[in-house]
Design a protein around this ligand. Structure first.
Ligand code: UD1
Length: 378
């Protein structure tokens, strides 16, 4: 009889998967699921705690059936330097502690402060880094996310991209094409995996809404909500639009604070059909968005999800790091230009809707592709 010794056992790769802020959770969930299914991976989930409110974090763990993180760093809010530094210090300590030895790889997703902070920490202690959603560029250095994206990409060993523009950006920046893998969009994996639950959500009933008879608004970027002039330009457009179409506005905590500190509460009270609600969980929000007449947003992820749902999206920014959503999808860039927002909305309301197609590799199989690449190359 042959005895199985440690030497003969298939090697398990210890992978630290990092999440921190709301848009990370739906990207990490399919990756964790795929790694747990494979017998070659021993994944560890690290949550930095960049987002900490129930509605910004725990609710997403519930909705996406993410397990409790193995390591919770609890860093919370702060200035960019403070938050990034706190995550670096805490993640260095925890990476050294991961079951007594360093992981074989750290996977970071997206472009938030947690993404850059843990990538930098891992790389400096000699752990290779994989960046999921690499290569996106808005070419706007006023966006903190743009700095996070560029720096994370340039220290990553594996760069997993969602669209062709990202491959081009990385090559132009001199990144070796052998490190770039065009795998598609893991966020769309989550959407596909939760399709049934999304269809069963009762959020429309709860908010007394009818499919196709309302708009959805999200707004949280500093360029829009920290600057009163810009915020007001958007609100002027919404004031006109809400007379024709009710708009549901789940309010991000930083936007809530800004409405108060910029003295805009009274303005909002006058807009009777602009309905402010608490942030929604993943399932309810996907349902709300998928049944909307149109979406107004300054988020990155929503530009992609609306493209997949075929729902028109007006992006309240002057640029996008996700150009495929404009070229192939339903996205139109309108910035904070009052007239443009009204004009494009009227077109949509009169039935003149941009028809989109779903970008290549946004097929629900991106996490599987990533796992295959890692198995072959680690
Ligand atoms: C972060 C990301 C942004 C992403 C957004 C999604 C960076 C640089 N920015 O922005 O790319 O689109 O998440 O939400 O990483 N707050 C709470 N409760 C929370 C979290 C935040 O009250 O659970 C408030 C705090 O006042 C905090 C502020 O929101 O100071 C901003 O939070 P922070 O994590 O710094 O950035 P976001 O604006 O959420």
């Amino acid at each position: 009889m042959i005895e199985i010794t440690d030497f003969m056992k298939p090697r398990k790769f210890k992978i630290a998967l990092v999440v921190g802020a709301r848009p990370n959770f739906m990207k990490a969930a399919p990756l964790l699921k795929a790694m747990r299914r494979s017998s070659f991976f021993d994944p560890i989930l690290i949550h930095t705690g960049q987002h900490y409110d129930f509605l910004m974090s725990d609710k997403f763990f519930q909705d996406l059936r993410l397990p409790k993180p193995d390591i919770f760093l609890g860093v919370g809010s702060g200035s960019h330097a403070e938050q990034t530094a706190k995550i670096m210090i805490a993640s260095e300590k925890s990476l050294f502690k991961t079951k007594t030895s360093l992981p074989d790889l750290v996977i970071v997703v997206g472009d938030v402060n947690s993404t850059l902070a843990v990538a930098l920490t891992a790389k400096k202690i000699g752990v290779p880094v994989a960046h999921v959603e690499a290569g996106l560029r808005s070419f706007d250095e006023a966006m903190p996310e743009e700095i996070n994206r560029v720096l994370t990409d340039h220290i990553s060993n594996f760069l997993f991209t969602t669209e062709e523009s990202a491959n081009k950006n990385l090559k132009r920046e001199g990144i070796n094409s052998k490190r770039i893998y065009f795998v598609g969009n893991v966020m769309i994996d989550s959407l596909r995996q939760n399709q049934l639950k999304i269809s069963q959500s009762s959020i429309l009933k709860q908010l007394n809404l009818k499919k196709g008879a309302y708009g959805v608004l999200t707004l949280h970027r500093p360029t829009n909500v920290d600057n009163k002039k810009s915020f007001l330009r958007i609100l002027k457009a919404l004031n006109v639009i809400q007379k024709q179409l009710p708009i549901i506005f789940p309010v991000h905590p930083r936007t809530k604070k800004q409405i108060e500190s910029l003295g805009l509460k009274n303005y909002f009270q006058k807009l009777k059909n602009l309905v402010l609600i608490d942030p929604l969980g993943y399932i309810d929000f996907m349902k709300l968005m998928s049944c909307a007449k149109l979406v107004f947003t300054d988020s990155g992820g929503l530009q992609e999800e609306t493209t997949v749902f075929g729902v028109p999206c007006l992006t309240l920014r002057n640029n996008t790091e996700r150009p495929v959503t404009v070229q192939k999808g339903t996205n139109i860039i309108v910035g904070d230009n009052t007239e443009k927002i009204i004009k494009e909305t009227r077109k949509i309301l009169s039935g003149n809707v941009k028809k989109g197609t779903i970008p290549k590799n946004w097929d629900g199989k991106s996490a599987e592709r990533i796992i295959k690449v890692l198995l072959k190359n680690l």
